[in-house]
Ligand binder design. Structure first.
Ligand SMILES: Cc1cc2nc3c(=O)[nH]c(=O)nc-3n(C[C@H](O)[C@H](O)[C@H](O)COP(=O)(O)OP(=O)(O)OC[C@H]3O[C@@H](n4cnc5c(N)ncnc54)[C@H](O)[C@@H]3O)c2cc1C
Length: 355
């Protein structure tokens, strides 16, 4: 065992980011992780390596270099066209066993959660899910993985001391999108998948769209107007919709309105809901419990409207309005015009380093 540990610490290097893509479209959480990974890699003196698995994914490398990767490893194979655990796990495990990364980060998406646990199990390492903060311990150089624990009442920092890679998943929007620099160059490595379609036990027959989904993309909204128990009922959310429309935003909620059936579950923000990082988050009749805060505290500007001046939400707020929401919100609707929305989409060609 001791021999294995020593070998692990000496041989493993580099910070890897798994870049999730679907039909050639990169999930932005991959870019967000590149931004954070860049900081970790610089701290360790490591390379930042992005890994892309899929079919016809070569052209994605340019965008990935632009967001900070030093190297991109691509496995392009027809078997990887649609996500299935078996071939993606096999592909990623093969790379981990060949290159021995120190750290492997993945998005806490449906795909990322599935793949991360399968890979961690196969390579016999630890996995910390849903991290809200990552860092490097200055003494041990271990990855510090912080996440809510015990029902969100404490933030626990977890270390993976013995096994490698140190693996974490992070939800979309926890980290900021790094700026794209289309002039950045990097090393492109093509690897092969060692398995054939015959070996894969699951087959994709067709895709069907969900019909029980409200089709809302809360995670990508620039403006979110969220309501809490203080709204008093579904009618209160009608008022909130008017405010959201005036701001060009989406309506979201804390957990009680979802539990009471006032709002659809895919609009819940927080530990057991979604994590968002909009330019503007308006919290109306929300107290600001830690389980809600972990889902919205990264927002650029937070405006809180609450009748209780002692409500914890005011500690997070950039601007606070103390008052009855049923007076404040109609006054805001009257006063507000729409806000302009900007796009952060950038597309870059592959720039490879000479030699
Ligand atoms: C394991 C676990 C996971 C959880 N996950 C989540 C999660 O993902 N998301 C989440 O949100 N919560 C979550 N919770 C619940 C969380 O602990 C809080 O109970 C919840 O966030 C409180 O919601 P709230 O702020 O809407 O309600 P309350 O705490 O009841 O606050 C209502 C606020 O409205 C104000 N108010 C009332 N009337 C008015 C008015 N007329 N005008 C202005 N202000 C008014 C009050 O002053 C009060 O501050 C979780 C809890 C646990 C244990």
């Amino acid at each position: 065992m001791a021999e294995h540990v020593t070998e692990s610490i000496i041989e493993h290097r580099d910070v890897w980011i798994f870049i999730e893509q679907e039909s050639g479209l990169i999930n932005p959480v991959g870019f967000e992780l590149l931004g954070e990974g860049r900081r970790l890699a610089d701290d360790l003196g490591d390379k930042l390596v992005a890994v892309i698995l899929g079919r016809d994914v070569d052209e994605l490398a340019g965008d990935v270099f632009a967001r900070g990767a030093d190297k991109v490893i691509i496995v392009d194979d027809p078997v990887l066209k649609d996500y299935r655990t078996y071939p993606y796990r096999a592909g990623l495990v093969k790379l981990v066993e060949k290159y021995h990364p120190r750290i492997l980060l993945m998005g806490a998406t449906t795909l990322g959660r599935d793949l991360a646990s399968a890979v961690a199990t196969e390579v016999r390492t630890g996995l910390t899910a849903d991290c809200t903060e990552l860092g490097i311990d200055p003494e041990t150089k271990l990855l510090t993985q912080t996440r809510p624990a015990f029902g969100g009442n404490v933030m626990a920092t977890i270390l993976c001391r013995l096994s490698r890679p140190q693996m974490s998943t992070v939800r979309p929007r926890v980290f900021k999108l790094p700026p794209a620099d289309c002039d950045r160059a990097g090393e492109l490595i093509n690897e092969t998948l060692a398995i054939s379609e015959d070996e894969v036990p699951t087959k994709v027959l067709e895709f069907r769209a969900h019909t029980d989904h409200s089709d809302v993309e809360i995670e990508t909204a620039d403006v979110i107007v969220a309501g809490g128990r203080g709204l008093g009922g579904a009618e209160g959310f009608g008022l909130l919709r008017e405010l959201a429309d005036a701001l060009g935003g989406e309506v979201a909620a804390s957990r009680p309105p979802v539990e009471m059936g006032w709002v659809a579950v895919d609009r819940q923000i927080g530990q057991t809901g979604k994590t968002v990082r909009p330019k503007l988050y308006v919290a109306v009749g929300i107290s600001g419990a830690v389980q809600h805060a972990v889902g919205m505290q990264g927002s650029d500007v937070i405006v809180a409207i609450n009748k209780d001046p002692e409500a914890p939400i005011f500690k997070l707020a950039t601007y606070g309005i103390v008052g009855n929401l049923f007076e404040v919100v109609p006054a805001l609707i009257e006063a507000l015009a729409g806000v302009e929305r900007t796009s952060s989409d950038v597309s870059c060609e592959v720039v490879e380093e000479d030699g």
